[in-house]
Design a protein around this ligand. Structure first.
Ligand code: AMP
Length: 451
């Protein structure tokens, strides 16, 4: 199917061409015509499927009639409100909406916590048609009358399941109550729980249900590997993995913020450029860490689940679960950071003898057997290097060391190593090259008035 068959205005198709997209993804094929027809949509789609464009493109199309370049704030009321669980996702969605709407005179802006209110107040008072927000900070602005919702025509609940997990339900209820009932509502969720279905029943009108991948499935472009290691040997094995040329860049997950900080320091001490991203870091630190990682200035970004949910990092070749997640569904979200939009990726999970049950739970959830490595032996005793010098020992194959660590890295079939050292799908090479030339994501840009 071609983008031109979806019924989008030419001015929006121009932006799609600028992005280098050649054909709509499945969620885009399903959702765009329904949104254009004015339907409420309930979509089960994880990040990486192209879901942001699936709601932003038709929304821009339907809002075209309001496009204007007047400087009067009254001419730029909020017409579309997009709620997201995290600041990073809000910034990402804003950036995508700016790009998809770059030929249209509609303003796009973003509000989230952890940064000063004043620039956001100025932006809201100047007027903005498409507003991306996290619920808490948005309510702060509602409380001080910086924003009104009487002209809202679209409400998007992005990653609704995560917003519920994070306890945003009371805030979202307050916001939804302020939005005219005549609105069109779009709900996106990676997973469908009973709570999500109940919300959809309350807030959506005869929604069209769109499901591009069955619940909790993972993209089949991702290769899964489980590395069996001793608990006390994990950090050493990780350093080894990162310094032996097998991995050009990796997003590494820890279960706690303290653990993430400790691991980041350890990797830095071992000469691996690393930064941490989690909710105890200031917004500016989080943004810088993410920008450095996206620009390939750091090799490793160590993250907790909250901070990493929804991150869109182009051509991320590896996700490493240094700690296995407590909740199997988080495995799906974590590894969804790689293998995005048809690219290939590898998910490597460290597994100690105590983690076997978690592996079984993950396998059950995603209905897939994970490839397990042979157990990797703990760090040798201090005297070992001297003994290894003996010539006949050198020749001998070490039976307990997994070939994953001892053999040179050869990318999966169909993967190529880019000039930057990143691993990309051969088929996507032209697009990857083009992406390399793009300027950095402007996460804090004030809303632009489009020409
Ligand atoms: P999302 O699921 O919205 O986070 O999108 C994941 C990635 O897919 C983003 O980097 C988009 O730029 C990219 N993308 C979205 N739509 C398409 C498309 N039709 N063709 C190729 N890439 C796309």
């Amino acid at each position: 199917m071609k983008f031109t068959e979806l019924g989008l205005d030419d001015i929006i198709l121009r932006a799609v061409v600028d992005e280098g997209y050649t054909e709509p993804t499945l969620i885009q094929q399903e959702a765009i015509p329904n949104v254009l027809n004015g339907k409420d949509v309930m979509a089960a789609a994880q990040t990486g499927t192209g879901k942001t464009a699936s709601f932003t493109l038709p929304m821009l199309h339907r809002l075209l009639r309001h496009a204007n370049s007047s400087t009067s704030p009254a001419k730029h009321p909020v017409r579309a409100l997009i709620l997201t669980p995290t600041r990073e996702l809000a910034a990402q969605v804003e950036e995508s909406a700016q790009r998809y709407g770059k030929h249209v005179s509609l303003r796009v802006g973003c509000v989230y916590g952890g940064v000063p209110m004043n620039p956001q107040i100025d932006m809201l008072r100047a007027g903005v048609e498409i507003l991306v927000a996290t619920p808490g900070r948005l309510l702060d602005h509602v409380g001080t009358n910086n924003v009104r919702f009487s002209s809202v025509e679209f409400l998007v609940l992005d990653e609704a399941d995560r917003m519920l997990d994070m306890g945003f339900l009371p805030d979202i209820k307050k916001i939804v109550d302020l939005i005219p009932p005549s609105r069109q509502t779009l709900l996106f969720s990676a997973t469908y729980s009973e709570d999500i279905r109940r919300l959809a029943g309350d807030w959506l009108k005869n929604p069209v249900k769109v499901e591009v991948a069955p619940r909790n499935t993972v993209t089949d472009t991702i290769q899964h590997t489980v590395l069996n290691v001793d608990e006390r040997d994990k950090s050493r094995q990780l350093v080894r993995l990162l310094t032996e040329g097998k991995i050009s860049q990796a997003l590494i997950f820890c279960n706690t913020k303290i653990g993430a900080n400790r691991l980041t320091r350890h990797l830095q001490n071992k000469g691996v450029e690393s930064e941490a991203i989690h909710s105890d870091r200031s917004q500016i630190e989080r943004t810088t860490a993410l920008e450095n990682f996206k620009a390939n200035k750091t090799k490793v970004l160590v993250a907790t689940d909250i901070a990493a949910r929804g991150l869109d990092i182009e051509q991320l070749p590896h996700v490493v679960n240094y700690d296995l997640p407590h909740n199997s569904e988080d495995y799906v979200h974590r590894i969804g950071r790689t293998g995005r939009a048809g690219q290939k990726g590898e998910a490597i999970s460290f597994c100690t003898p105590n983690d076997q049950e978690s592996i079984r739970a993950i396998e059950k959830l995603i209905n897939k057997k994970l490839k397990q490595s042979e157990p990797v032996r703990s760090a040798p005793a201090r005297s070992a290097p001297a003994r290894e010098k003996s010539p006949d020992r050198k020749q001998r194959k070490q039976p307990n060391v997994d070939s994953f660590f001892s053999e040179p890295y050869t990318p999966q079939k169909g993967l190529i190593v880019s000039e930057k050292g990143g691993v990309v799908d051969e088929k996507l090479r032209p697009r990857a090259k083009q992406a390399d030339k793009k300027p950095l994501a402007a996460l804090f840009m004030p809303p632009k008035e489009n020409k």
